[in-house]
Design a binder for this molecule. Sequence first.
Ligand code: KPL
Length: 296
Amino acid sequence: MNIVILGPGAIGSLWAYQLHHSGHQVALWGTQSLEHWSISQDNRPAISYAYNQLSTLRHADVLLITVKAWQVAQALPPVLPHLAPETILIFMHNGMGALDSLTTEINHHPIVLATTTHGAQKTSPHHVMHTGKGMTQLGAYNTQGKQCEFLTEVFNHALPTVSWNPEITHALWHKLAINCVINPLTAIHQCNNGALAQPQYYSIIEQIIHELVSVMQAESIPCDKAALTESIYQVITATAKNHSSMQQDVVHQRQTEIDFITGYLVKKAQQHGLSIPTNLELYQHIHSLQQRWISQ
Ligand code: KPL
């Protein structure tokens, strides 16, 4: 297949490398003024990819969008006019709600949403490390997207395991819940994920989850509080030594994904007339941190 990756950050570079090795014609699209970009993964040799070449967009069977949620609305519109209407769009990022402002512009394409638990880290602009084996779930966003289940095999061959989830929104909410707990707390307290298993965090984590469950229930997302709590603590333990993406964004004074993580939860709570004070406070706290370096 002809696959273009929009946003070759850590996860985008990992998929670019793996999909190339699985026999696909992979090209990249990013913000540099270059025609080629090379990527090496772990201790394997570098691959050179076509970069920002319009012909690759015109012939793309799939556009895999791996920019962060807050970058989607800026990064996608310039490439849309160059795509064929049948090009499949796959969105893979933390958080929810990034497509809401774009639906009318993109809805004629088959659209697939993805969530992954693979760990990837860029050690330089041209080198990516696969830091943790995970799994990926795909599912349809619109009616045409429902015809794209065959992608499961394509992606599973490149980087297992990949499964098709007919209720992808449930999986996205589950990942959102994990991010609502781990990301703001680790960013505010500047700690690794594992630190959140300490007793001093029990009560705030319990409150965050309590509020999450109320919003998920209002959204008709099946969720059991005990099971959700257990799976959040499992991620805290499994990624104990890692620093969350938001912790790293705050350290490097970059824009965070808060609007599409806790911000999405706050928006949904408001729509249902629910009060979620703990999450609202975390949302405002991260915003005030961001404000410090934006106003510098
Ligand atoms: O998705 C993550 C992130 O850092 O954004 C978790 C699961 C919290 C792992 O660090």
